[in-house]
Design a protein around this ligand. Structure first.
Ligand code: FES
Length: 127
Protein backbone atom coordinates (compact mmCIF):
# COMPACT_ATOMS: atom_id res chain seq x y z
CA UNK A 1 0.00 0.00 0.00
CA UNK A 2 2.79 2.42 0.90
CA UNK A 3 4.40 1.86 -2.50
CA UNK A 4 1.27 3.08 -4.26
CA UNK A 5 1.27 6.32 -2.28
CA UNK A 6 5.01 6.79 -2.75
CA UNK A 7 4.84 6.75 -6.54
CA UNK A 8 2.66 9.87 -6.41
CA UNK A 9 5.26 11.57 -4.22
CA UNK A 10 8.01 10.57 -6.65
CA UNK A 11 6.19 12.40 -9.44
CA UNK A 12 6.16 15.63 -7.40
CA UNK A 13 8.57 18.20 -8.78
CA UNK A 14 11.99 18.01 -7.18
CA UNK A 15 14.13 18.56 -10.26
CA UNK A 16 13.17 19.71 -13.73
CA UNK A 17 9.51 20.04 -14.52
CA UNK A 18 7.82 18.17 -17.36
CA UNK A 19 4.47 19.64 -18.51
CA UNK A 20 2.11 16.84 -19.52
CA UNK A 21 -0.63 17.90 -21.96
CA UNK A 22 -3.65 16.35 -20.24
CA UNK A 23 -6.77 17.39 -22.20
CA UNK A 24 -8.70 20.36 -23.53
CA UNK A 25 -10.24 22.65 -20.92
CA UNK A 26 -13.77 21.67 -21.96
CA UNK A 27 -13.04 18.08 -20.89
CA UNK A 28 -13.39 19.16 -17.27
CA UNK A 29 -16.74 20.10 -15.67
CA UNK A 30 -17.10 23.54 -14.13
CA UNK A 31 -16.47 23.44 -10.39
CA UNK A 32 -15.72 19.75 -10.67
CA UNK A 33 -13.03 17.25 -11.42
CA UNK A 34 -12.04 14.53 -13.84
CA UNK A 35 -9.35 11.89 -13.79
CA UNK A 36 -6.49 11.70 -16.27
CA UNK A 37 -3.76 9.10 -16.54
CA UNK A 38 -0.07 9.93 -16.68
CA UNK A 39 2.18 6.88 -16.95
CA UNK A 40 1.01 4.68 -14.04
CA UNK A 41 -0.59 7.54 -12.10
CA UNK A 42 -4.24 8.51 -11.86
CA UNK A 43 -4.41 12.27 -11.44
CA UNK A 44 -7.47 14.27 -10.40
CA UNK A 45 -7.78 17.59 -12.22
CA UNK A 46 -10.16 20.25 -10.94
CA UNK A 47 -11.64 23.12 -12.89
CA UNK A 48 -12.46 25.35 -9.93
CA UNK A 49 -14.26 27.81 -12.19
CA UNK A 50 -16.00 29.78 -9.43
CA UNK A 51 -12.50 30.75 -8.21
CA UNK A 52 -10.97 30.91 -11.70
CA UNK A 53 -8.38 28.33 -10.63
CA UNK A 54 -7.17 24.88 -11.66
CA UNK A 55 -5.70 22.18 -9.43
CA UNK A 56 -4.28 18.69 -9.81
CA UNK A 57 -3.59 16.02 -7.24
CA UNK A 58 -3.40 12.26 -6.86
CA UNK A 59 -6.73 10.54 -7.49
CA UNK A 60 -5.95 8.05 -4.74
CA UNK A 61 -7.57 8.84 -1.41
CA UNK A 62 -5.12 7.78 1.33
CA UNK A 63 -7.90 7.10 3.83
CA UNK A 64 -9.10 3.77 2.39
CA UNK A 65 -6.96 3.72 -0.76
CA UNK A 66 -9.85 4.44 -3.11
CA UNK A 67 -9.37 6.03 -6.55
CA UNK A 68 -11.98 8.66 -5.86
CA UNK A 69 -10.64 12.18 -5.33
CA UNK A 70 -11.59 13.36 -8.85
CA UNK A 71 -15.25 12.72 -7.97
CA UNK A 72 -14.95 14.72 -4.77
CA UNK A 73 -16.82 17.87 -3.87
CA UNK A 74 -14.91 21.12 -4.19
CA UNK A 75 -15.28 23.98 -1.76
CA UNK A 76 -13.35 26.34 0.46
CA UNK A 77 -12.21 26.13 4.08
CA UNK A 78 -11.26 29.53 5.51
CA UNK A 79 -10.37 30.65 1.98
CA UNK A 80 -8.36 27.53 1.21
CA UNK A 81 -9.59 25.63 -1.88
CA UNK A 82 -10.35 22.04 -0.91
CA UNK A 83 -11.83 18.78 -2.07
CA UNK A 84 -13.84 16.35 0.04
CA UNK A 85 -13.46 12.69 -0.89
CA UNK A 86 -16.87 11.29 -1.91
CA UNK A 87 -16.53 8.24 0.35
CA UNK A 88 -16.04 9.52 3.90
CA UNK A 89 -15.72 13.27 3.26
CA UNK A 90 -12.11 13.66 4.33
CA UNK A 91 -11.04 17.14 3.27
CA UNK A 92 -7.78 17.97 1.53
CA UNK A 93 -6.32 21.32 0.53
CA UNK A 94 -6.04 21.55 -3.23
CA UNK A 95 -3.04 23.88 -2.82
CA UNK A 96 -0.90 21.82 -0.45
CA UNK A 97 -2.63 18.42 -0.23
CA UNK A 98 -2.79 18.79 3.56
CA UNK A 99 -5.56 16.94 5.33
CA UNK A 100 -7.89 19.60 6.73
CA UNK A 101 -9.38 17.24 9.33
CA UNK A 102 -6.06 17.23 11.23
CA UNK A 103 -5.39 13.62 10.35
CA UNK A 104 -1.91 12.42 9.53
CA UNK A 105 -2.29 11.56 5.85
CA UNK A 106 -2.27 13.90 2.90
CA UNK A 107 -2.35 13.88 -0.87
CA UNK A 108 0.26 14.96 -3.40
CA UNK A 109 -0.58 17.99 -5.51
CA UNK A 110 0.88 18.97 -8.87
CA UNK A 111 1.19 22.32 -10.67
CA UNK A 112 -1.33 23.06 -13.42
CA UNK A 113 -1.32 25.56 -16.26
CA UNK A 114 -3.73 26.30 -19.07
CA UNK A 115 -2.39 27.28 -22.48
CA UNK A 116 -4.18 27.56 -25.81
CA UNK A 117 -7.26 25.81 -24.44
CA UNK A 118 -5.36 22.84 -23.02
CA UNK A 119 -4.64 21.80 -19.45
CA UNK A 120 -1.07 20.86 -18.60
CA UNK A 121 0.07 19.14 -15.41
CA UNK A 122 3.61 19.45 -14.10
CA UNK A 123 5.52 16.35 -12.99
CA UNK A 124 9.09 15.74 -12.04
CA UNK A 125 10.90 15.09 -15.30
CA UNK A 126 12.68 12.11 -13.76
CA UNK A 127 9.45 10.26 -12.99
S1 FES B 1 -11.84 6.72 1.09
FE1 FES B 1 -11.67 8.85 0.90
S2 FES B 1 -12.40 9.62 2.76
FE2 FES B 1 -12.48 7.48 3.00
Amino acid sequence: MTAIIEKYLKAEQKGSLYWFKAASVDSFPEDGGACVKYKDLQVAVFNFSSRGEWYACQNLCPHKMEMAISRGITGSCEGEPKVACPFHKKNFSLKTGKNLNNEDYQITTYPVKVEDGYVFIGFDEAY
